[in-house]
Each structure stands twice: as structure tokens, then as C-alpha cells.
Design a protein around this ligand. Structure first.
Ligand SMILES: [Zn+2]
Length: 336
């Protein structure tokens, strides 16, 4: 429960002998006391006076009590957390499309691809692992821990939305069934996520993919964000609102306090160190938005946390006539 060497002062000395046979009066005469651990270990100490011995016994007993109470409260906490987590995971299973594996339609899939926001069966999960984490981050619904931001992502996407992006056009190819061979599954999964053969088309627009991503993020249009990151390169994910502004999509997602898009952007390679034209990292925007979830997620990935006061960002629609700058299209990106 506690260590005698760290808890006791040097003027108390361990008697170092078995005191079991000593009477209480003898121990009192010697100002001794004994600590017995739950495992039966004993430690014997001797103080220099009754007062000192009684003071030590009182301090140690209160420490034992505090320690026991702390253990009990942390047990309750984790139990509550796991109950909440179990309920959240159950609700993820009930999202549209999630009763079947996103890739082979096996019933009741128990594995998740985090960045895809989809549930998959154990056979398909093995193939997803082989794709690499840049394409699919696999996690077990039952065996792994589920921090809040991951639950948020899985709750927000789901198999139906994910497949509306990743499997929009199967080009006449037949999806493997639950009994498909590993080779059949692998061919399908690699065509779907690695070669991106079935991905839905990009919207018809003159805007670059990066500018579309900025707009979709500012508008918190999750499906479009999923579609754009499915098509996009790291460079496109890191486009900014232009010179004089400097915000990337992560700044915009953090400003919205949108932990789902924040997390997705991080997985798809957005630069966490990027600063806007005023030197602000995404963390400053998350703090301004009072989004503890975004703050925690950004901190987890090392986003810098200097607290510069956020400056008003110029209204780009007045200043910038460049059609490729989409930030002005959304008033929601303006600060203060
Ligand atoms: Zn499957």
C-alpha cells in the first residue's frame, strides 16, 4: 500500500526483528509500531516517543484510508466509463449499414476502420491491416479502448455513408460475399481503397480539391469531406485559404469545434504545425471555440499550444477576387 522508505523519516528505525511475540506493553515501552500489508508483509518501526509514534500511526492510517478511497473511486470511474463506452459502441453497431461488413456484407461485424468510419468483419479486417494505416486504421469494437473522438468519428460516418463514397461505382464488378475466399476479398478491398476504383466522382466545380475541402470543412459537410479526402493528396489536404489568411482545413474544423472533421484531417495528413497568417495554430481556434474535444485531439497529435490572441481574419470576399479562394463563400470562417 505504501513504502516505508519513502513515507518514514530517517529518525525512525526499522527494528528488523520479528515483533510478533512481543506484548503490546513491551511495544509501547519501545515506542514501536508495525505495518502489515495485504500480502502479509510486515515492517517494524520505532519512534522516539509515544507522541511521535501515535502521530505516525495516525498519518499512516489516514494515508491508507485515502489510498483505499482513491482506488474505489477510480474503479467506479472506469466502470462508468466502460458502461458509457459499451452503450456508444452499441449505438455505432446500429447505425445504418453497420449491421453488415462494409466490404463483404458478413453480418454483425466486430471491427472498425477508423478513418473510413466503417465496420468490417474479422476476415476483411486482416486485409485492411495489410493496406497500411494511411489507408485503413483497424480497431476492434470489443478488444480495444474507445476514446471519445474515435466514437464520434464512427458515430458520424457509418457503412452507408462510407460506401456511398468508396463504393459508389463498382464498375460492374461483383462485391464479395461473406463466404468469399481471402483472395477475392483482397482483390476487392485493394481495388476499393488502394486503387480507389469505385470512389464517387468529385462535384463539378472550378474550385480545386483543396479549396473544396476548405469550403466543406467550413460548412461542416461531412460527406463531402469524406469524399474529398478519399480523392485528395496530402498536398491538397493542406491547401490554405490563401496568402494573408493562411488557415488550412484544420484551422477551420477546429474553429467549428468539429472533432470528427478535425480527426479525419489529421489522419489524412493535414499539417498540425501549420499557422495562419497571424501565427495561430489550430489549437488557438479550438480553444476559442471552447471545444475540449478538439483541444484534446490536437494535443494528442502534438499541435502547438501557444496562446496568441486570435486576430480578426480579413474578409476575403472583399479583398480577394481569386475565384479559387472558397473561404469567403462561407461566412462561418470569419473570426470575431
Ligand atoms: Zn467482411
Amino acid at each position: 500500500m505504501f513504502s516505508r522508505t519513502s513515507e518514514l523519516p530517517s529518525d525512525l528505525r526499522n527494528t528488523g526483528s520479528s515483533e510478533r511475540t512481543r506484548t503490546r506493553s513491551e511495544q509501547e515501552e519501545n515506542f514501536e509500531f508495525t505495518i502489515v500489508s495485504l500480502t502479509g508483509q510486515t515492517w517494524h518501526f520505532e519512534a522516539t516517543s509515544y507522541e511521535e509514534r501515535d502521530a505516525w500511526v495516525q498519518v499512516i492510517e489516514s494515508q491508507i484510508l485515502a489510498s483505499l478511497q482513491s482506488c474505489e473511486s477510480s474503479k467506479n470511474k472506469s466502470r462508468l466509463t466502460s458502461q458509457t463506452e459499451a452503450m456508444a459502441l452499441q449505438s455505432i453497431r446500429s447505425i445504418r449499414g453497420n449491421s453488415q461488413c462494409a466490404d463483404c456484407e458478413a453480418q454483425n461485424p466486430d471491427w472498425a476502420s477508423l478513418n473510413l468510419g466503417a465496420l468490417i468483419c474479422i476476415e476483411c479486417s486482416g486485409i485492411h491491416r495489410n493496406l497500411g494505416t494511411h489507408l485503413s486504421r483497424v480497431r476492434s469494437l470489443d478488444l480495444d479502448e474507445w476514446p471519445l473522438e474515435l466514437i464520434r468519428v464512427m458515430s458520424a460516418i457509418g457503412n452507408e455513408l462510407a460506401n456511398s463514397v468508396w463504393e459508389a461505382n463498382a464498375q460492374g464488378r461483383l462485391k464479395p460475399g461473406p463466404d468469399a475466399s481471402r483472395e477475392e476479398r483482397e482483390r476487392w478491398i485493394r481495388a476499393k481503397y488502394e486503387q480507389r476504383l469505385f470512389v464517387a466522382s468529385l462535384p463539378c466545380t472550378d474550385l480545386s480539391l483543396g479549396q473544396q475541402l476548405l469550403r466543406a470543412t467550413a460548412e461542416e459537410d461531412l460527406r463531402t469531406v469524406v469524399l474529398l479526402v478519399a480523392h485528395g493528396s496530402r498536398q491538397q489536404v493542406n491547401e490554405t485559404c490563401g496568402e494573408g489568411d493562411g488557415r488550412n482545413a484544420l484551422h477551420l474544423a477546429s474553429h467549428k469545434g468539429n472533432v470528427v472533421i478535425t480527426q479525419l484531417l489529421i489522419w489524412y495528413g493535414v499539417d498540425l504545425m501549420a499557422r495562419d497568417a497571424h501565427g495561430n495554430s489550430a489549437m488557438a481556434y479550438a480553444r476559442q471555440a471552447n471545444s475540449q474535444e478538439c483541444v484534446d485531439t490536437l494535443a494528442q497529435y502534438g499541435c502547438p499550444d501557444e496562446r496568441f490572441p486570435l486576430m480578426a481574419t480579413p474578409n476575403l470576399s472583399r479583398r480577394n477576387t481569386n475565384r479559387n479562394n472558397s473561404c469567403s463563400s462561407s461566412g462561418s470562417t470569419a473570426l470575431i
